[in-house]
Design a protein around this ligand. Structure first.
Ligand SMILES: Nc1ncnc2c1ncn2[C@@H]1O[C@H](COP(=O)(O)OP(=O)(O)OP(=O)(O)O)[C@@H](O)[C@H]1O
Ligand SMILES: [Mg+2]
Length: 327
């Protein structure tokens, strides 16, 4: 198999949010081959936009590595970073970001004009791309005169203007009606056939049939593990059950002992949120809402816990204490 065009290894991105450390990506890895359409799937907050921002060199990573065509992206700065962004990647932002006062062809040509190309060369290239995305007949329309799907196709054309090997698109079909979404999907499918690698984030199930590789941003619980009797967890004092920022899987019922719920702060210290004893549940919010863990949980003294799936938790009914901190 050929060398992947993109490799992400053990990527960690940490944000500071109100003094709390949020880690949407924590040990994330993936690869993409030339000509693949890769879909980043996951609920809101699972780090899709964050990953695309790191790949495009706009957000720094805390640790890990990102390699695009052999280039160590996280090590780039200054002119090298600018060159990377200009020649290796194309970006299609959420919400199109077209300039309202410019026509479609001027919008597509804009990055080349900024890069110093002549107006006639830039417009000729824009016309070629608008043709490629099926928008040649509307080249002289301003964005306000185009439908959502048409605007999105212009945005894709602009992302491709420097002929990058890697196209990054954040929710390319969000807010589009069925017909517009279909035109964008068939465009992406055609672009992939030309050998480009396309990475999109999406909640949109309509895209699933054309995606070559699905990357789950929030790993789901492995049911097989549950079947084979891993439901009971015994923790020694101080042992960690899960860490803030981890992907959420199970909800835990405390059967014996007690556990501490703490929040990790950006300065490396932690805030004690609660101590929970037998009879309580812990960790229900993350799995229920599809969020990563918002706090770290560890045993205060020797504790015995039972792992429960979201479905079981819901079935188990409403008569339980819920007045405690729930990461
Ligand atoms: N600049 C920032 N500062 C602090 N926290 C941030 C920042 N950007 C994102 N986050 C947090 O990081 C997490 C991941 O956000 P991200 O935007 O990557 O998610 P997403 O998967 O793209 O979500 P959506 O589907 O809603 O677009 C969220 O918890 C978010 O609040
Ligand atoms: Mg997003």
């Amino acid at each position: 198999m050929s060398e992947p065009i993109l490799r992400v290894d053990d990527l960690v991105v940490e944000y500071a949010s109100d003094g709390y450390a949020v880690r949407p990506l924590d040990g994330f890895s993936m690869q993409a081959e030339a000509g693949q359409l890769v879909g980043l799937l996951g609920p809101s907050g699972s780090g899709k936009t964050t990953l695309l921002s790191v790949l495009s060199g706009m957000v720094p990573a805390t640790s890990g590595s990102v390699t695009v065509q052999g280039i160590d992206v996280l090590g780039l700065s200054g002119q090298e970073l600018q060159d990377y962004r200009r020649s290796r990647i194309g970006i299609v932002f959420q919400g199109f970001n077209l300039i309202p006062s410019l026509t479609a062809r001027e919008n597509v040509a804009a990055p080349l004009l900024v890069a110093g190309q002549t107006r006639s060369a830039a417009l000729a290239r824009a016309d070629q791309l608008l043709d490629e995305v099926g928008m040649d007949d509307r080249a002289n329309h301003r964005p306000s005169k185009l439908s959502g799907g048409q605007q999105q196709r212009v945005a894709v054309a602009r992302g491709l203007v420097a002929d990058p090997p890697l196209l990054l698109a954040d929710e390319p079909t969000a807010n589009l009606d069925l017909i517009s979404a279909e035109s964008v999907v068939s465009l992406l499918r055609r672009l992939r056939e030309s050998g480009r690698t396309i990475i999109i984030s999406t909640h949109d199930n309509r895209l699933l049939p054309v995606i070559d590789q699905i990357v789950e941003m929030t790993p789901v619980a492995d049911d097989a593990e549950v079947e084979t009797g891993q439901r009971e967890r015994t923790l020694e004092p101080g042992e960690v059950l899960f860490r803030q920022g981890d992907a959420s899987d199970y909800i835990y019922e405390i059967e014996e002992g007690s556990i501490d719920v703490v929040r990790e702060l950006v300065d490396g210290t932690e805030e004690h949120l609660a101590t929970l004893v037998a009879g309580n549940y812990v960790g229900e919010l993350g799995p229920l809402l599809g969020f990563p863990r918002s706090a770290t949980v560890r045993a205060a003294d020797r504790a015995k816990l039972l792992a429960v799936t979201v479905q079981e938790f819901k079935l188990e009914g409403l008569n339980r204490a819920t007045d405690h901190a729930r990461p």
